[in-house]
Design a protein around this ligand. Structure first.
Ligand code: 5GP
Ligand code: ZN
Length: 112
């Protein structure tokens, strides 16, 4: 979708540190990391938010992708967090579906 920053990342139109690609998904490092490992996983295709995601298989693939990425980036054993911020109260700021994979430090609960 034109004007969508993550569509531009997916198209290679703006630079990003791509960590993994495949299965219609792209993982890249967050520009403002909140943990030593902070990777975003997005579908190449534009979907605004979890509320709009009709494709259960896509959501499943995103989770498997993040789980595998956690292993590949070395955070799986100690642990990590997967987050879908959704709409304003959920803290979503970029309206292209993405999950955050956060690891490399102990997380707090409840989240802010
Ligand atoms: P949200 O707040 O929507 O859940 O997450 C959006 C995330 O995208 C934020 O953590 C923010 O740091 C990250 N972000 C915003 N713009 C860019 C960008 O241009 N490049 C990268 N790599 N990350 C971005
Ligand atoms: Zn988009």
């Amino acid at each position: 979708m034109s004007g969508c920053i993550f569509c531009q990342v997916a198209a290679g139109e703006i630079p990003a540190t791509i960590v993994k690609r495949g299965d219609g998904l792209i993982a890249f490092r967050d520009i403002n990391p909140q943990a030593p490992t902070h990777v975003l996983v997005i579908p190449a295709q534009h979907v605004p938010s979890l509320n709009d995601a009709k494709d259960a298989q896509l959501l499943g693939r995103m989770l498997v992708f993040a789980r595998d990425l956690a292993r590949e980036t070395g955070v799986a054993e100690r642990g990590y967090r997967v987050v879908f911020n959704t709409n304003p109260d959920g803290g979503q700021t970029v309206f292209h579906l993405h999950l955050h994979l956060l690891g490399g430090r102990a997380m707090q609960w409840p989240p802010g």
